[in-house]
Design a protein around this ligand. Sequence first.
Ligand code: GLY
Ligand code: MN
Length: 464
Amino acid sequence: MFESTIYENRRDDLKNKFDSGLLLFLGNEESPANYLANPYAFRQDSSFLYYFGIDRPGFTATIDIDNNFDTIYANDFSIDDIVWMGPQPKVSILAEGVGIKRTAVLDKLAEQINAAIKKGRKIHFLPQYRYENITKLAALTGMNSTNVSDYASEKFIKAVVNQRLIKSEEEIKEIEEAVDIAFKMHLAAMKMVKPGIYEQKIAGMIEGIALSLGYGLSFRPIVSVHGETLHNHFYGNLIEEGQLLVNDSGAESKHHYASDITRTIPVSGKFTQKQKEIYQVVLKTQLNAIQSVKPGINYKDLHMQAALDIVTGLQEIGLMHGNPEEAVNNGAHTLFYPHGLGHMLGLDVHDMEPLGEQFVGYDETVQRSEEFGLKYLRLARTLQTGYVFTIEPGIYFIPELIDIWKQENKLKEFINYDKVKEYKDFGGIRIEDDIIVTEDGYRVLGPKPIPKSVEEVEALASGK
Ligand code: GLY
Ligand code: MN
């Protein structure tokens, strides 16, 4: 846990946004994998962690705005719990550690919520994403579990989002620590990759690095020679001569802050000419986007600039043609670059995604689009000092998508389908780093740069 004053200050800032009502925070429970006593690794809810820091299952908290007190609801371990899971500090001690004096057993929670509802007080809660908490919330509020999250408090969501969007010193330190672990994971993968081994060997090894150093993973790694599948979690392919391996993986710090890094490695140690050309386009696009970061820049504009860079680069290779701006305006780049440039990063790898992308990634000035490509843009708001996010352009050759577009001759004025045919087994390339907006520009997070130039990646992959 951080110092208790950090949690007290965070709660005070939040309280200042409200005149009345009860703010309800549901911590997470153990989540069974295949039977109750065999749960997945416990992961606390990130908003609970942010305001209350207690990293254990079975906790709920409230902030009573009208009476100005915070309460932690949880049950102390019974002797049976201690026999199976070992001793745990008393709830009152854990609460004190985050600056809270009032604690109560879980049964009291329903009483307090009921009393507040009877008095007509507003219960502010956040949207829930775990079924046990959806059920719990429905029982507490008397609402239907099928749609209780629809009644989440917009005021509460916005207050939490606005606070968590700006990363403080201690949070940046945590993210940098997580990037440092990702550095180790990515370098090890670059050195290890070679034809004749299975993807799982690398996936297992990088996961082992994070765990053996006492860290977790921030998400299930993508380690694949089929990088054209954006979220490919299959590790069973044999790595073959001449392929590209996409490694999209990151660690989670001790306080659960995430890193999210992608590198693409030539498995034979050297890029082919064809691969190098595409790699250089992605790298140039990524560097250009990073260098454009500063307060006041709109992230959607960065995404569109990246799309234009990709089109220009693909035109030089002969895969696209026509007016580049028109190509982007018509969405022709989405055949090769169908996702968004990046997302917020923090306690969640897609930070605060359960609170609603429209509140986290978008502001009043930008509306979500339903167009192919743009609908996957998770971040489109105007950047402010202290925002942390990823920049992760990519170029992919997705055979099924190419076939559909080709059949329709879609946007043929911008796409050279004869040439694209030659790339159908190419795979994909993505390069991703974690960036913070500073007062006068940006900083790429992490104590040392993670190699990404052609020369650096080839040197590591070929063992030089
Ligand atoms: N690292 C996976 C993603 O950004 O979606
Ligand atoms: Mn990412």
